[in-house]
Design a protein around this ligand. Structure first.
Ligand SMILES: Nc1nc2c(c(=O)[nH]1)N[C@H]1C(S)=C(S)[C@@H](COP(=O)(O)O)O[C@H]1N2
Ligand SMILES: [Mo]
Length: 303
């Protein structure tokens, strides 16, 4: 499968192989990887400037938002082991040629699992750098066959009340739902991720398969997906339903549009279990290549 995403880094930016291999060994101690061979491709050939130095596996898996498992940052790591991921079935419906029930393998089997180190920015003004493993959503959409007239993709998270304390407490209107405009969904940066650091996706990070949209606030990257719907109407999204004034449909990272209750001009990079240095928030989280998707749109109106 040809990859449509190309990065702007040169060989000079590549992390020395020894550094890479050492990191591999460190994370290899954590368990069995998802086909290490599958990710040992050219996708590894970038870890550029220090701003893309990945967070540790521990940071990424113990400081989470996954409201189905509670509202505190430590809750998902404590409670998500209860998530039942086998069997897992993803309903694909709406304006598609091949609707039906898919396993994860049905959806992504045969595609290269790439590793992509992405900046990840939560709406709450913290950030991390995460090495995701996954495929481009565009490839999945091609597999299910998007029909003419479809304009949006809607996603839904599993609901397991018996296993999810946040669902029982109704901390949000579950199921958690999210959506993208079709051109956003097809953008080569947009991933369906099945792992981090070459490991199967930890439950607290959205096993077995979740969305990653690196130029948008973290809540757009919906976890533990069980439904994908192609539609001609802008779909409802969980945080917009909860508070439309604070959370829009687009939710692009934008230092110039503050959250009503806090500034988005800067962010704190999480590291070593602590918040570290404050740094400027980058427009589109630094992914300038998506700017053309929003040409002519007032991003203060469409926040
Ligand atoms: N189903 C579901 N998906 C979700 C959330 C959630 O509460 N439920 N939280 C979102 C938010 S606010 C963030 S910041 C990211 C966190 O992803 P991570 O745990 O992999 O860092 O997941 C997003 N996806
Ligand atoms: Mo978030």
């Amino acid at each position: 499968m040809a990859h449509r995403w190309t990065n702007d880094l040169t060989p000079a930016d590549v992390t020395p192989k020894e550094v890479w291999l050492n990191r591999r060994q460190i994370v290899a101690g954590l368990g069995v990887g998802i086909g290490a061979g599958a990710i040992a491709g050219p996708g590894l050939a970038y870890t550029p400037d220090p701003s893309l130095e990945p967070n540790t596996f521990e940071d990424i898996t113990t400081y989470n938002n996954f409201y189905e498992f509670g509202t505190a940052k430590e809750d998902p790591a404590k409670n998500a082991h209860l998530l039942q991921t086998e069997p897992w079935s993803i309903t694909v419906n709406g304006m598609v040629d091949n609707p039906g029930e898919y396993t994860v393998e049905d959806l992504i089997g045969g595609f290269d699992i790439e590793e992509r180190i992405y900046r990840f920015r939560c709406v709450e003004a913290w950030s991390m750098v995460i090495p995701w493993n996954g495929v481009e959503l565009a490839d999945v959409l091609d597999r299910v066959g998007v029909q003419d007239g479809a304009r949006y993709v809607a996603f839904e998270t599993v609901v397991q009340p018996e296993n999810m304390i946040g669902v029982r407490r109704r901390v949000l209107d579950f199921p958690y739902v999210e959506g993208l405009r079709l051109d956003e969904a097809r953008h080569p940066l947009t991933m369906m991720a099945t792992g981090i650091y070459g490991e199967p996706m930890p439950k607290q990070n959205g096993a077995p398969i979740r969305l990653v949209v690196p130029w948008k606030y973290g809540f757009k990257s919906i976890k533990s997906i069980v439904r994908i719907t192609l539609t001609d109407e802008e779909p409802p999204t969980s945080w917009n339903k909860a508070n439309a004034r604070e959370y829009g449909f687009y939710s692009n990272v934008n230092p110039n549009v503050d959250h009503p209750r806090w500034s988005q001009a800067t962010e704190r990079r999480i590291g070593g279990g602590l918040f570290q240095r404050r740094q400027p928030t980058l427009m589109f989280n630094g992914y300038d290549e998506v700017a053309s998707l929003y040409e002519g749109m007032d991003l203060t109106e469409f926040y």
